[in-house]
Design a binder for this molecule. Structure first.
Ligand code: 3HC
Length: 307
C-alpha cells in the first residue's frame, strides 16, 4: 500500500510524521498513550513540589519554585495539545487519568518530606526527565518532537535550580547536609525507575523503537543517567544508596544495583505511598475548575454567534 510505504520511508529517513499524514492505527494509539501519560505526569508532578511553595524558606526560593511548578503546567498543556493533533479528546484523557485507566510517572507517588526534596527533585527527577526527553526531540511525530524542544530548555533551568539549592544547603549546617543526604537516599531508586521497566519486561519498547517514537531503550537511558549523576553527586558531596555503584573501566560505564521492580510495579498499579492522594487531588481540581471551563465555552459560543 503506497501510504504505508510513504510512512515507512519518512520514518526511515528520520523525517517527521505530521498530523495530516497517513499513519498506522497502532502508531497513533501508541503516541496517544505515551504523550497523554507524559502530559498527566507533568500535571500530577506539580503536586509534590507545589506542597512546598507556601513553606519555601525565602522569597527567592518561593519565586523560583513558583516558576518551576508553573512551567510543568505549561508542559502538560503542550503535550495535551499534541495528543489533540492525533484526534484525542483532552477531557476524555483527564477522565481516564482520574478513573485510573491511564498512567502517570511513578516518581510522583513519593512524598516530599523536607525542603531538600525540592532540590533533589530538581536535580535527580528533572535530570532523569532531561535524559529521557532530549532524545524525544528527535521522535518521529512532529508535534511531540517540537513540544520537547521547548520543554527541554525549561527542564535545564529546573535541574540547575535544584542543584544550586542543594549546593547552598551542602555549604550550610551539618543538619542541612544531613537533610540533603536523607532526601537523596529516598529519591535515588525511584528516579532510576522513571525510565521504565528493564528492556526485557518492556512491552512497548521494541515497536516504539521501530517507529522511532523512542530513540533509546529504557536500560540505555537509565545507564546514561547513572553515568551523568555520579560525578554530580561527587561534586555535591553526597552518596547514592547503592553499594554496587562502581566505575567499570572495561565497560566505560558505572555498574549499579537492580532497582526493586516489585515496588515499581506496585506503584504503577496504584499502590504507591501517595497514589490515592495525587489522583484524588487531581480529580477535585478538575471538578472545582468545571465552572471556568463552562464559562469559557459559553463565552466562546456567544462570541461565535455574534460574529
Ligand atoms: N511510571 C508509570 N508507568 C510506567 C513507567 C513509570 N515510570 N515506566 C513504564 N510505565 C508503564 C508504561 O506506560 C507501560 O504501560 P502502558 O502500556 O499501559 O502505557 C508499561 O509500564 C510498560 O513500560 P514500557 O517501557 O513498555 O512503556 P513505554 O515504552 O511507554 O516506556 C516511558 C515508558 C519510558 C516512560 C515512555 O513512555 C516515555 O519515554 N514517556 C515520555 C516521557 C515521560 O512520560 N516521562 C514521565 C516523567 S515527566 C517528568 O518527569 C516531568 C518533569 O518535568 C519532572
Amino acid at each position: 500500500m503506497d501510504l504505508e510505504r510513504e510512512f515507512e520511508r519518512v520514518v526511515a529517513a528520520d523525517h517527521r510524521i505530521e498530523p495530516r499524514d497517513w499513519m498506522p492505527d497502532g502508531y497513533r494509539k501508541t503516541l496517544i498513550r505515551q504523550i497523554a501519560q507524559h502530559a498527566h505526569s507533568e500535571i500530577i508532578g506539580m503536586q509534590p513540589e507545589g506542597n512546598w511553595i507556601s513553606r519555601a524558606p525565602s522569597l527567592r526560593r518561593k519565586a523560583i519554585l513558583l516558576a518551576k511548578v508553573q512551567d510543568e503546567a505549561g508542559h502538560g498543556l503542550y503535550l495535551y495539545a499534541a495528543t489533540e493533533t492525533l484526534g484525542a479528546d483532552r477531557a476524555e484523557l483527564t477522565e481516564k487519568l482520574v478513573e485510573g485507566r491511564q498512567k502517570y510517572s511513578s516518581i510522583f507517588n513519593y512524598p516530599t518530606l523536607t525542603f531538600a526534596d525540592v532540590g533533589v527533585i530538581g536535580w535527580l527527577v528533572d535530570g532523569a526527565a532531561i535524559c529521557n526527553q532530549v532524545p524525544l526531540c528527535r521522535t518521529s511525530y512532529g508535534p511531540y518532537a517540537r513540544a520537547m524542544i521547548r520543554v527541554c530548555k525549561e527542564e535545564s533551568f529546573h535541574q540547575r535550580q535544584g542543584y544550586e539549592l542543594l549546593l547552598t544547603m551542602m555549604s550550610g549546617t551539618q543538619q542541612q547536609r544531613d537533610m540533603v543526604q536523607e532526601a537523596v537516599d529516598r529519591w535515588w531508586w525511584p528516579s532510576l525507575m522513571m525510565f521504565g521497566p528493564p528492556d526485557a519486561e518492556s512491552s512497548n519498547t521494541e515497536q516504539s523503537m521501530l517507529w522511532r517514537i523512542k530513540r533509546h531503550t529504557n536500560d540505555e537511558l537509565r545507564q546514561r543517567y547513572v553515568d551523568m549523576s555520579v560525578p554530580q553527586a561527587d561534586k555535591l558531596g553526597v552518596t547514592f544508596p547503592d553499594p554496587e555503584l562502581a566505575w567499570n573501566a572495561d565497560r566505560g560505564h558505572y555498574d549499579f544495583g537492580e532497582p526493586d521492580w516489585t515496588e515499581f510495579w506496585q506503584v504503577v498499579k496504584g499502590e504507591g505511598p501517595c497514589n490515592a492522594q495525587r489522583v484524588e487531588h487531581r480529580r477535585k481540581a478538575h471538578e472545582d475548575g468545571a465552572w471556568v471551563r463552562e464559562a469559557a465555552t459559553a463565552y466562546a459560543a456567544k462570541r461565535e454567534k455574534a460574529a
